[in-house]
Ligand binder design. Structure first.
Ligand code: SAM
Length: 334
């Protein structure tokens, strides 16, 4: 028999994420004109339950807000910035930013995922004019698993491997061309639902490698956003883990930060200068626009109100900054 593909179930989680976003868009929770292009047979996909739609809404607006704020605070006086999305899957943030008011702030946007996923995404981009036209001059590379354009880049790699081997070409200048990622520019790393699939050693090595590269220049700042499940040791958390296990998805990165208080140490232990964390439950209560909460309440009937809080308190967003040089504004306001 062929050897078992143990990463297959992990890659399939991208499909779940994309279906959840498509459903939230169809049910009018979110607006995203691009996600449908990344879901095969999009118009035949059934909607997800209201609970999933609400969760997807909270998570998406929370991360979108953090990204928007970071861009605004990092690009004062006409500076440009870079974004690197790790385990980006079918995420559409690049197209949403590039067709919005912050377009001119971006000097590079890099997405990394397994080659099977980047190849699928590259094909979807090539097939669709709404996705490809805005990119400008598009080149497929590395057997169709990589895609390059003036700003947007799709890069295949296994993030569990030694970062300088897996990602070194992003930070290495070649004959005549500077490195794709400029160490002097403010740079934001986005890890949306990906670090749980790697061991703590592997994710620490990854964060440390980026931190070292960007702290070699004293003008920029490095920001990072991690969205993840946590607190999986309680009874509800154990059910979440068991559900994933039943689909052969293991979570080697789920245990090191068991509480909300422990989440910022993911960054602070690695010489980041500041870090904060909030659960989606707190974000819903405190940060999401009440008018929006009112609006989405009227979209669908949500029966499982208590279950919603239980789910939302098992997801957190942690964000950290590594600042060298100017960046106190960012540290105070982000
Ligand atoms: N970030 C996207 C989002 O939030 O919609 C996708 C999230 S999906 C749950 C997890 C993604 O991480 C998948 O696309 C998967 O292939 C990718 N991933 C997981 N482990 C990875 C690894 N070791 N190297 C590269 N990509 C990985």
């Amino acid at each position: 028999p062929p050897p078992q593909d143990t990463d297959g179930p992990i890659r399939l989680t991208d499909n779940d994420a994309a279906l959840a976003k498509l459903s939230a868009v169809r049910q009018n929770y979110l607006s995203d004109p691009f996600i449908k292009y990344f879901v095969p047979r999009a118009s035949f996909q059934p909607p997800r339950p209201p609970l999933i739609n609400v969760g997807t809404f909270i998570r998406t607006v929370a991360i979108d807000d953090l990204v928007d704020q970071w861009i605004d605070l990092s690009t004062k006086e006409g500076r440009k910035c870079q974004i690197v999305s790790l385990g980006a899957g079918s995420d559409t943030r690049f197209w949403r930013l590039w067709t919005g008011p912050q377009k001119h702030c971006l000097s590079a946007y890099v997405e990394v995922d397994f080659p099977e996923i980047t190849m699928k995404k590259a094909m979807a981009i090539r097939k669709n004019k709404d996705l490809s036209t805005v990119l400008g001059d598009v080149r497929l590379e590395q057997g169709g698993t990589a895609l390059s354009s003036p700003i947007y880049h799709l890069f295949p790699a296994d993030l569990r491997l030694d970062p300088s081997t897996a990602l070194g070409s992003l930070t290495t200048a070649t004959a005549g061309a500077p490195a794709l990622l400029d160490p002097s520019l403010p740079t934001l790393l986005v890890f949306e639902c990906v670090l749980v699939y790697m061991s703590p050693q592997e994710s620490n090595a990854l964060l440390q490698w980026f931190q070292t590269y960007f702290s070699s220049h004293n003008q920029g700042n490095l920001g990072a956003i991690v969205y993840e499940m946590f607190g999986l040791g309680d009874s509800f958390g154990r059910v979440m883990v068991a559900n994933l296990k039943a689909r052969n998805v293991s979570l080697p990165g789920a245990t090191p930060y068991p509480t909300l208080e422990s989440l910022p140490s993911r960054f602070l232990n690695l010489n980041f200068t500041a870090a904060r964390a909030l659960t989606l439950k707190d974000i819903r209560r405190t940060y999401v626009d009440p008018g929006e909460l009112d609006r989405i309440k009227r979209l669908e009937m949500l029966d499982e109100v208590e279950e919603l809080d239980l789910v939302l308190e098992h997801y957190a967003i942690t964000w950290g900054l590594s600042i060298s040089g100017s960046g106190t504004d960012l540290q105070a306001h982000w």
